[in-house]
Ligand binder design. Structure first.
Ligand code: ZN
Length: 355
């Protein structure tokens, strides 16, 4: 695969000043979309761009009407106004396609706050299409920005949903929605959407973080410089079937007692032993990644409430045992709950449309 000009690399290594300006503009927009409105000083801290650079880009985006000046606040001593996306930017329809017996749909305006949600149970792929079309009628057609579908399967760096052989849903749903609605329709992997939403609660200026997402499977979503890393030839963060020692149930997919099986035990067993075993297995899998790609924060998402704290504390302790002190990341629990996926998928739509 030709990597030069690859969507993952675009803008990260600007070749000429025009590209550098575009890259800086993307960083500023991405920061407001994924982490919320901010003053120019806050944007400088978040992105690492200088204050004068931020001011120049902000003025351009204010002139074109993409950004608006918001409330006046004091952030770190200096007063400033918060910049936010223009309110008429449009509404995204987000669909959580992980479980057809619990198909969740939401409308999300440019503020990123979920406006309406509904949950339905469907029996077939055809019914998914009609449910999404019916839901889309809640929004004035002119105000619709597009549809963002969060799926359990891998979506490549080019945005190609790989679909799943044992489910009837796949890329043809995207095509049908595009035809019927005449709007952009994007897919992204659910764990990546959750990781994007988790960025809102992370400290400014982190280089890289990862969300460990427990659902039907265990997934790791890595975010570098505020953008998720989907993987080029195969899914990134695919740590589920690592063999990391420890005894657990045999995995039906890999035939061994892999990381996923040892962590999924937490869904039915909240004992201290189960938490300890899961934390140990996670630390064994994640510690080389922490050291190798400078992960500064690990977020646990989708872990049952009665075990999340214990696993987070245990994982942090295990990482401290395995890593040099300056490498030990913070470990926290996702604050986004079940809305994280919807918020993150909406943010990705905004970024793709505006970035
Ligand atoms: Zn396995």
């Amino acid at each position: 695969m030709e990597l030069q000009g690859h969507p993952l690399l675009r803008g990260d290594m600007p070749a000429d000043p025009h590209d550098a300006r575009r890259s800086n503009r993307d960083r500023l927009l991405r920061s407001i979309i994924t982490r919320g409105p901010a003053t120019r000083a806050e944007l400088s801290r978040r992105t690492g761009l200088s204050r004068p650079t931020i001011s120049v880009i902000a003025n351009e985006l204010l002139t074109t009407g993409l950004l608006m000046e918001g409330e006046r606040v004091h952030s770190g001593g200096a007063p400033g106004t918060r910049l936010h996306l223009a309110k008429d930017t449009g509404v995204t329809i987000v669909v959580d396609l992980r479980d057809l017996s619990r198909l969740r749909m939401a409308t999300v305006p440019a503020s990123g706050e979920i406006a309406t949600t509904t949950t339905v149970s469907v029996a077939s792929g055809t019914q998914v299409l009609s449910e999404i079309l019916a839901f889309s009628q809640r929004v004035e057609p002119a105000a619709l920005l597009g549809v963002s579908l969060a799926v359990d399967e891998w979506v490549s760096a080019e945005g190609q949903w790989q679909g799943s052989p044992d489910r009837e849903l796949g890329p043809e749903l995207v095509e049908q929605l595009r035809k019927k609605l005449r709007l952009p329709v994007f897919t992204l992997t659910a764990s990546k959407a959750i990781a994007v939403a988790d960025l809102r609660d992370s400290p400014a200026g982190l280089t890289a973080q990862a969300s460990l997402v427990l659902g039907n499977r265990l997934d790791m979503a890595i975010t570098v410089g505020g953008r998720t890393w989907p993987g080029v030839r195969r899914p990134s963060g695919d740590i589920a079937h690592l063999v990391v020692g420890g005894d657990g149930p045999t995995c039906p997919i890999c035939g061994r007692s892999c990381l996923q099986e040892q962590v999924r035990m937490l869904l039915t067993d909240s004992s201290a032993d189960a938490c300890d075993q899961a934390a140990t297995a996670l630390a064994a899998a994640v510690s080389p990644l922490v050291a190798g790609i400078e992960l500064e924060e690990i977020v646990l998402a989708g872990f049952p409430d009665d075990v999340a704290d214990t696993v987070a504390t245990g994982l942090h302790g295990q990482l401290a045992d395995r890593l040099m002190p300056h490498l030990v990341p913070t470990v926290r629990i996702s604050l986004r709950g079940e809305n994280g996926l919807l918020e993150g998928a909406a943010a990705m739509m905004l970024y793709r449309r505006l970035g």
